[in-house]
Design a protein around this ligand. Structure first.
Ligand code: SF4
Length: 529
């Protein structure tokens, strides 16, 4: 048989009037979806999820706002669109479709999105066929209001129906702009999780174990846009981790809004997070397991023990404090006191050797007094964080905290507190990192370090960046001139310097990828003239 290359790809879909619910038109006879390769004698039925489209242009640019959960959703969107005949591009200017995967956790997320949409409006003027799709949390929250503010958007989709993006793009192509927001997930399944994925990294993967949140922190919009907690089946998670391990992944990060409560909806009572950590610990090829985020109120002793006793679970705990004042914690509806938080942290530190602890803190929550803020500083001093993400309170419409306008704190007071807190957390981070100078550590290399390079005989070679088991960023220079340590290799490193956000290491040896651990990395030195 002659193998002809496909000249064009058309997806042909005999559609009914409705495809609501992820299925097909109910009143029509079964429909098939075919990719028809011109010049080739076969038609391949595609996945039942696939939709129709007479593709005009198939290059997609995806931009992600927000957290790792959103990054992971973008991997799924990438996999979905590629399996439907699109090609992703890193270049906005060559895109036929732009997808913005949004976040609405903080106010500047709105500003960033509408700023980006403003730029896209000009692009669309010059390229009228460009299709713009906006999905994720902000789209879930704003729905049609999004198109009222930006009428050049073609598709608005939410957090529960991202698997429908190609159907919606088709509809927009055929019938014009479309908004589709689902109020909740479709039954107990998490449809998005069964989508194909396209990860940027081959050695490290995010694994979603849970979606949604049953808590009601007064500053947070997540429960409204992501819905109630749904845990993914235990065996399905293990299978995905095993599959990723077989494909070369050595590190997984388990994602959930509140990983500590993973499984409570499956058992009707008891969370299964500790069991999950131990089970993943049995998968030999996985050398590192991380997770984010655990809620302090749900950090159980059995989970602390599982971290301590499971060799591949890293010594890293992100435990969001939010405030050190019990009065503010109650107003935030966090479900713990500062004393209980510190007690759990103390247990974790005593049981898990060389544990690194990071946190999130909000400054200027409505009603926060100077005394409340000093309570936060006191807890921060006692906790001795390795790193802290500090945020200024920003009211999210639809949350309880946004209605507390009479207690909002003047911006200059908030700015002053923020700077004082930052000084303390930066000092603590620097002390923690400096205390590691001289230590020998295992670093999993993530990729080249474009900022770190050495020049040698008219060429320069790049350094690498990686992380220790504690999650600390390390800059490395290969000891072999002209080479860079490959992503996915493990380097044994001596720490020789430290800043608040990084370590610098000297490589003692490299392992993990055999001969491919060092890759050639020499580039002409740019002409400085
Ligand atoms: S635990 Fe609180 S802050 Fe975290 S997602 Fe749930 S409601 Fe939001």
């Amino acid at each position: 048989m002659t193998h002809l290359s496909p000249v064009a790809v058309y997806r042909v879909f005999v559609d009914g009037s409705s495809d609501q619910g992820g299925g097909r038109g109910s009143h029509l006879s079964p429909v098939a979806v075919y990719r028809v390769f011109v010049g080739q004698a076969s038609c391949t039925p595609s996945s039942p999820r696939t939709s129709s489209l007479f593709i005009v242009g198939n290059k997609v640019f995806i931009r992600t706002f927000g957290c790792q959960m959103n990054e992971h959703d973008s991997e799924r969107l990438t996999g979905l669109l590629e399996s439907d005949g699109y090609e992703t591009t890193p270049l906005l200017e060559e895109a036929d479709v732009v997808v913005l995967n949004t976040c609405c956790i903080r106010e500047n997320a709105d500003n960033k999105l509408y700023g980006a949409l403003g730029q896209l409006k000009s692009l669309k003027k010059h390229k009228p066929d460009l299709k713009i799709a906006v999905g994720g949390c902000l789209a879930q929250k704003d729905g049609d209001r999004l198109r009222e503010r930006a009428d050049h958007v073609d598709v608005v989709f939410g957090t529960h129906n991202l698997h429908r993006l190609s159907v919606l793009l088709d509809r927009a192509n055929l019938h014009g702009p479309v908004t589709e927001i689902w109020a909740g997930p479709d039954g107990k399944a998490i449809p998005a999780l069964s989508l194909p994925k396209r990860s940027k990294k081959t050695h490290s993967a995010w694994i979603t174990i849970q979606r949604g949140c049953n808590n009601s922190c007064s500053f947070c919009i997540v429960p409204q846009v992501r819905g109630r907690e749904i845990s993914r089946p235990f065996e399905e998670i293990l299978q995905e981790v095993a599959d990723r391990a077989a494909a070369g992944v050595v590190e997984v990060t388990l994602l959930g809004q509140n990983v500590n409560s993973y499984g409570r909806d499956l058992t009707g009572r008891k969370p299964l997070f500790a069991e999950l950590l131990k089970a993943i610990g049995e998968i030999e090829e996985i050398k590192r397991v991380r997770f984010t985020s655990p809620h302090p109120k749900d950090l159980r002793l059995e989970t602390i023990d599982a971290i301590a006793e499971t060799a591949n679970v890293c010594e890293q705990l992100h435990l969001p404090l939010q405030s050190g004042s019990n009065r503010i914690l109650a107003a935030m509806r966090r479900g713990y006191t500062a004393e209980r938080y510190l007690e759990r942290l103390d247990i974790a530190r005593r049981r898990i050797d060389d544990l690194a602890v990071t946190t999130d803190i909000i400054v200027g929550f409505p009603g926060e007094t100077e005394g409340d803020f000093e309570d936060t500083l006191a807890v921060v001093a006692e906790a001795g964080y390795d790193s802290a993400y500090t945020f200024i309170f920003s009211p999210r419409p639809g949350t309880r905290a946004a209605e507390m306008q009479d207690r909002f704190i003047p911006p200059d007071v908030v700015a002053d507190r923020f700077n004082r807190l930052l000084a303390v957390t930066e000092r603590s981070a620097l002390e923690k990192n400096r205390s590691r100078i001289g230590r020998i550590e295992e670093v999993l290399v993530d990729g080249p370090d474009k900022k770190l390079r050495v020049q040698h005989e008219g060429l320069y070679s790049l350094g690498s960046v990686g992380r220790t088991r504690q999650g600390k960023l390390v800059h490395l220079m290969s000891s072999v001139p002209g080479t860079t340590v490959a992503a996915g290799a493990f380097a044994t490193v001596r720490n020789i310097d430290a800043g608040p956000h990084h370590l610098q290491g000297e490589i003692l040896s490299v392992a993990g990828k055999g001969e491919r651990s060092l890759i050639k990395s020499t580039y002409p030195v740019p002409d400085e003239r």
